[in-house]
Design a binder for this molecule. Sequence first.
Ligand code: NAD
Length: 391
Amino acid sequence: MTSNFTSQRPLRLGMVGGGSGAYIGNIHRIAARQDRHWNLVAGAFDVDAARGHAFAANEGLRAERSYDDYRAMIAGESAREDRIDAVAICTPNFTHFPIAKAFLEAGFDVICEKPLTATLEDAIALEKLVRETGRFMGVTYTYSGYPMIHEARHMVSTGQLGTIRTIQVEYPLEWMATAIESEGNAQAAWRTDPKKNGRGGSIGDIGTHAYHLAGFVSGLKLDSLTADLATFVEGRALDDNAHVMLRYEGGARGLLWSSQVALGSSNGVRLRVFGDKASLTWFQEQPNELIHARLNSRTEIIKRGADGLSEAAKVRTRTPPGHPEGYLEAFANLYAGFAEAIRAKHDERQPTAIGRDIPTAYDGLKGVAFVDAVVDSTAAEDQPWLTPVAV
Ligand code: NAD
């Protein structure tokens, strides 16, 4: 494929999935447009082609760039001078692998939703394909887009917490507390079907976010884990609550909780990292703040946008402190990072700060390997400590 790339122009984005009534596709579209790095120009938005075309027309896309399915999209876009620079895959988990593989093989960069794939075998193959093709693949681990998460990572890596002793991370949700999958909720239906979702229920859907966040901020490599998955909603084929104990290299310990049945909790992602000098707490409902507590000292609240924060936090900040930024800006930071990574690759230079420390295919593979080890640990009689194949 010849390149018509100039790194100054907005990049051209295509999307698979994310059509009418879908959840995450709309978040991708808002995030991609926010900083003018991307224009959405093509799509196969729906498993139902007619619905997808109607959606594309509503979005203002030219009819010739609304495709019946992703294969037609690859054929159509490959033939164009102004072809898309990358595709965003916003479909249910089991479709990520064939769609991503086809785009990578056709020479396109890819932005893929988590979990990377529904099976470990597919995740290993996909990550290998990314390396072999030399294409870029970003994986949307949303929470690593927050500036205060980057600040926390910076503080840990510069020794401000001392030696890390324990990490407590949780992602509780309540929306699947009853059997909504059998009452017509399409999003819950595929999430509770092992063939479409993968082996891990809550642990695959949201536990992977928590796992990524803990590793991203602490910089620690997992050694092993043991897990206890539970299914509270009768008849559900996958876990809806997960407790995982983590042992990190170097001796730090961790505890991870994900739940889809935690009444009163809506995306209450919380991370606490405790070192021998200080601790940090971050909570998604107050994402502009980090609570920093030092031994025998006053506890301080570090605010996004304040003077003296790290470069990594600054480049992900748009407004002065006090004006709240949140989920959509965090997602836009990922899109800004992906754009910068793609531009830097094209220009054969190192990415600037926004394009560094972004989630990629290997992080996606680590997430799927984590889920696999969690499910295996629970399934075994004595719940052994297991090391995921990629850590
Ligand atoms: P959804 O059910 O709301 O939407 C899925 C969309 O994909 C629908 O428009 C459907 O028609 C379309 N689709 C399905 N198969 C397709 C195909 N072969 N070709 C084209 N379109 C197809 O799902 P969702 O809740 O938006 O989740 C989608 C993905 O995003 C999942 O992998 C999920 O894990 C992930 N997700 C990530 C986050 C995050 O924070 N990063 C949040 C929610 C969901």
